[in-house]
Design a binder for this molecule. Structure first.
Ligand SMILES: Cc1cc2nc3c(=O)[nH]c(=O)nc-3n(C[C@H](O)[C@H](O)[C@H](O)COP(=O)(O)OP(=O)(O)OC[C@H]3O[C@@H](n4cnc5c(N)ncnc54)[C@H](O)[C@@H]3O)c2cc1C
Length: 386
């Protein structure tokens, strides 16, 4: 049992942290104020560090990174700019789906551009009437015998990268009647009948959410991913992976908020002393420190379970996602208390961290749903079905 990163992982993480401090941190404030998308050259730079496709083997254009290393880098990015992180990890998830589950033609056509960051992707599962119960997908795809492809009709909601990505994976019902079979399709921006509008949200202002409309979009037969009717298993597999990375994201933002609070507690003077000398402030520091460390350890435990292909991996990913997305809110809350009025202003990054992590207890399977899955695994009793 080793709780530390290997030397090469530490070196990769330190080099990335240097890059983020030099090239990314200085531009975040202005972009956030103007709600501008991160510059494309930053997205492309993420590719070099392995954040786009780095998990893939070299034969598929990746760097053969393990989940612990990938998650560690992602945590650094999240602590610097959560919007850029969301843009990158959403696109990365879709490129993994296409690379690992797509046809040779799909891999050749879409994966290299996604790895380079020349193109971006969205993951389209949630709909206006379909959230936690993702099996109830209402968007439909029907075969078009005359044109030899599929006709896609429906809506997707709260889709990260949905308004600006070049392509995405859309989950649509292909079974009829009582058959709830769902298939996954690649949908490209510019296809006739595909439009999107921005959905304004509390945070993640530089990676806006989209509502997508598919009004009789004609999809070529070659845009079906994998086998017809088996996409729900794909969604479950990659959402589980996403949960491990959300756990790292929360650990990264927790650490950033904690460091900011510690810096401030050492400098801010009241009653003739640094506020860090007061015991009630020190208690908050101890609470934050413990949550930062437990979050880091749980995220690493989940990633290690994925790396070892452990049968327990899903359980660790759910547990880490649920714990860490609650913990990061508590850390941001304490950090804001330590900063007092300053923490509430946009002169400090803390209020952005706070807004940007709030959705993580909701997205990628809400924390209530994670609790039900965890208890079901333990008790063998499902609160969701029968
Ligand atoms: C910032 C952000 C980014 C997102 N990005 C994407 C994306 O890229 N792609 C995508 O497909 N989706 C995305 N989503 C959508 C996200 O996955 C859904 O919001 C999430 O699955 C919850 O669905 P819902 O919002 O419809 O809530 P609902 O399912 O309506 O749930 C509402 C509340 O009821 C609770 N609840 C529901 N069922 C139960 C139950 N059985 N027992 C107990 N409590 C229950 C939930 O926990 C929640 O608290 C994103 C959401 C946000 C906020």
């Amino acid at each position: 049992m080793d709780f530390e990163l290997a030397d090469w992982q530490r070196a990769a993480s330190d080099a990335f942290a240097d890059y983020l401090a030099r090239e990314v941190a200085p531009i975040v404030g202005a972009h956030e104020r103007e709600r501008r998308l991160p510059p494309r050259e930053l997205v492309r730079a993420m590719s070099g560090y392995g954040l786009l496709g780095g998990l893939l083997p070299e034969a598929l254009g990746g760097q053969g990174l393990d989940h612990v290393t990938y998650g560690t880098l992602l945590a650094q990015l999240a602590g610097t700019w959560a919007s850029l992180r969301s843009m990158i990890s959403t696109s990365n998830l879709v490129l993994l789906i296409i690379a690992e589950r797509g046809s040779a033609e799909q891999r050749e056509r879409f994966v290299p551009g996604l790895i380079r960051g020349d193109t971006l992707a969205f993951f389209g599962l949630t709909e206006p009437n379909v959230g936690s119960d993702a099996s109830g997908v209402e968007t439909r795809a029907e075969r078009d015998p005359a044109r030899g492809g599929w006709r896609l009709r429906g809506r997707k909601l709260y889709i990260s990268n949905g308004v600006h990505a070049d392509l995405g994976v859309v989950f649509a019902r292909t079974g009829s009647g009582a058959d709830r079979a769902v298939s996954a399709f690649i949908v490209e921006r510019g296809m006739a009948g595909f439009s999107a509008r921005e959905v304004h949200a509390m945070g993640m202002h530089c990676c806006p959410l989209g509502e997508l409309l598919f009004d009789d979009v004609l999809l070529p037969a070659g845009n079906l991913i994998g086998t017809e009717g088996e996409a729900f298993a794909i969604a479950k597999h990659y959402l589980n992976l996403g949960r491990c990375f959300v756990a790292y994201v929360c650990a990264g933002v927790s650490e950033a908020a904690y460091r900011e609070a510690c810096r401030y507690a050492g400098q801010r003077q009241q009653f003739g002393r640094p506020i860090g000398q007061f015991q009630l402030v020190q208690q908050m520091v101890a609470d934050m420190m413990t949550r930062v460390e437990t979050s880091r350890l749980l995220a690493a435990r989940a990633a290690d379970a994925l790396d070892r292909k452990s049968v327990d991996a899903q359980r660790w990913c759910s547990m880490a996602k649920r714990h860490n997305s609650d913990a990061v809110l508590r850390v941001c809350e304490d950090a804001m208390q330590v900063l007092g009025g300053a923490g509430y202003t946009s002169d400090f990054p803390l209020e952005r961290h706070y807004r940007d992590v709030r959705h993580l207890a909701i997205a990628e399977g809400s924390n209530q749903i994670q609790a039900l899955l965890l208890a079901q695994g333990e008790l063998g009793l499902s609160a969701l079905r029968g």
